[in-house]
Design a protein around this ligand. Structure first.
Ligand code: PRX
Length: 567
């Protein structure tokens, strides 16, 4: 029996109080996500229940019960306090998917500080831009990532502490560095959790746009109310489930559903901190008897590519419920998953900004492969005319997704950028920036983004950031960055580059530029292809027209070129 039941009934009777009552929360009470994910579950009698089963790259394992989660998050919180970190200070988590990332996140929230998770593959420039914007006070990291911080430390007077969780005691620490070993630290049994309230800031996630620097999406502790209930209803989490969310907490899925949604529901979750291979993933599911699996289309397409035979080598009968997020889930992938796993992947649509699933398929609902499903109860979602911002009266028309603001996990602002935040609201709607249509049964069908942001394997990459990095290379005169189609990642980064006098295009230069971007930004942002060109298409005012290059890559009509300087 699913927790969800009938969609129509749920919509008719919906009130966020359903979630508040289950959480035992009343408006005006203190609400702290760290407490809800640890101490509260212990108080409910589940202190000895496994909370986190972690497997590392060599198959090494660490296990934590809910009581361990409580104690370790207290211990980290207490250590941060001893350094002088207080509520609302930004604390960055810059680590692989090791236990300290999950436990550190909870510890930061317990002291009322703001967790700023950043993807550990970020290069020094990606890191600097985000730490500067947030004026981050401390960063928790591993020794292997510390050199990237050391490289930029002189530019960051506001960064007071670099906390290294695996420091080799024989090696000296450098400026502002401090060692903290969770396994050796005395566990803190009693701890004063900071009394955060519904509107107290909790998490700051950075997301990329077409123009300008990445935006810091500010979330608050009240987000728990929608993350708890969407996790319970859409992921259909039951007490005996073993849950696996494949996302990295450097991105929002890994925190909303890889930490908050899972632990506040008191389930056992497992984490695999190892590179992708179909064999390894199926082995992991078989070994841990994963029953609920939340993943992403790129991973599903990679599994498809690995073929059906490898699936047959493993016993995957524990799988009960599958869901996906981050990019369009093509109907072939849904049909394939039904064939090989006996269950479809349910597509869920949301954003860093929405904090929780907003348009989604539900257990017990008719699945239409290729559709994102319907609005979550209590969330009014529609498609509006891009000219008038009024909802279409007939079904089937393509327009912009629009959502009525007001659900608990909606972002509260972009950090230091209220102006851009305000622009996301038009005619009383929040406009996520995606195009879709709605069919005559109310199902949403994703069409594409309404901007130039590249979604590669579920990760948003700003063409502006990549172009800026390219321009820092000594050989590059001008650049334009667009998405290029790719079977597995759906889109990958492609750069068009004109060279400065004295430089000539070559395979070596190509690799050198790619590597330059990878180191500065991240492997995701690295162009998979560089095309050296003589000129780039521009408007009469000199603005590079990415649209033309994009259309060529996708074999689409180029459209109006009347403002082109040259054709
Ligand atoms: O364009 C949409 C796409 O990913 C964007 C949000 O990216 P981000 O903030 O990084 O959050 C990703 C994980 C929640 C959206 O604006 N997107 C997300 N889910 C889907 C999707 N595109 C198509 N189908 C989806 N299910």
């Amino acid at each position: 029996m699913s927790h969800f039941g009938s969609y129509d009934e749920r919509v008719k009777n919906f009130d966020w109080k359903i979630s508040e009552n289950e959480l035992g929360y009343k408006e005006g009470d203190p609400i702290n996500i760290g407490w809800y994910c640890t101490d509260r579950i212990c108080e409910m009698g589940k202190a000895d229940k496994p909370a986190l089963i972690w497997e590392g790259p060599t198959g090494n394992e660490k296990r934590y019960t809910y009581n361990d989660l409580r104690l370790t998050s207290n211990t980290i919180g207490s250590f941060l306090r001893s350094l002088g970190i207080k509520n609302e200070d930004r604390v960055c988590l810059f680590m692989d998917k090791i236990p300290e990332l999950y436990l550190g996140f909870l510890g930061i929230l317990k002291i009322g500080a703001i967790a700023q998770p950043l993807f550990s593959a970020f290069g020094d420039e990606s890191l600097f831009i985000r730490l500067e914007n947030a004026q981050t006070k401390a960063i928790i990291t591993q020794k292997k990532h510390a050199p990237k911080i050391r490289k930029i430390i002189d530019k960051m007077p506001w960064l007071e502490h670099i906390i290294i969780v695996d420091q080799d005691p024989a090696k000296p620490l450098q400026e502002r560095e401090v060692s903290f070993n969770l396994d050796e630290a005395p566990k803190v049994e009693t701890f004063d959790i900071f009394p955060t309230y519904a509107e107290s800031p909790s998490v700051l996630h950075y997301t990329s746009g077409t123009t300008g620097q990445p935006k810091g999406v500010k979330h608050v502790h009240a987000s728990l109310i929608s993350q708890y209930l969407t996790a319970k209803w859409v992921l259909d989490l039951h007490d005996d489930d073993i849950y696996w969310c494949t996302a990295d907490p450097g991105w929002v899925t890994g925190t909303s559903y890889g930490i908050i949604g899972a632990f506040s529901n008191g389930v056992t979750q497992c984490i695999l901190d190892a590179g992708f291979s179909a064999d390894n993933w199926y082995r992991f599911i078989e070994k841990h008897k994963v029953s609920v699996w939340y993943s992403a289309p790129t991973a599903i397409r990679s599994l498809m590519k690995a073929g059906d035979d490898v699936v047959k080598r493993y016993n995957l009968s524990s799988l009960r419920h599958l869901a996906s997020v981050g990019e369009p889930l093509n109907s072939e992938a849904v049909i394939w998953s039904e064939k090989v796993f006996g269950k479809p992947f349910l597509d869920t649509y949301w954003q860093t900004e929405t904090g929780c699933m907003v348009i989604t398929n539900f257990p017990d609902m008719k699945i239409k492969p290729g559709s994102m499903g319907k609005g979550f109860p209590g969330i009014i979602a529609t498609v509006v005319d891009p000219e008038t911002y009024e909802p279409f009266e007939e079904s089937g028309k393509m327009g912009l997704i629009a959502i009525k603001p007001g659900w608990p996990s909606m972002m509260r602002t972009y950090w230091n950028n209220e102006e851009t935040y305000q622009k996301k609201f038009v005619n009383g709607w929040y406009i996520p920036g995606d195009r879709s249509s709605i069919d005559n049964e109310g199902y949403f069908w994703f069409v594409g983004r309404d901007d130039d942001v590249i979604n590669t394997g579920g990760h948003l990459v700003s063409p502006f950031e990549v172009e800026s990095a390219l321009l820092e290379h000594e050989a590059v005169a001008e650049s334009a960055v667009v998405a290029k189609p790719d079977f597995v990642n759906m889109e990958v980064v492609k750069a068009f580059v004109t060279l400065k006098p004295g430089f000539t295009a070559s395979k070596e230069l190509d690799l050198q530029i790619m590597n330059f971007v990878r180191k500065k930004l991240s492997p995701l942002a690295m162009p998979q292809e560089i095309e050296f060109v003589e000129t780039l298409p521009k408007t009469r005012s000199g603005k590079i027209m990415r649209r033309i290059l994009h259309a060529k890559e996708w074999g689409e009509e180029i459209g109006d070129t009347s403002t082109l300087e040259e054709d």
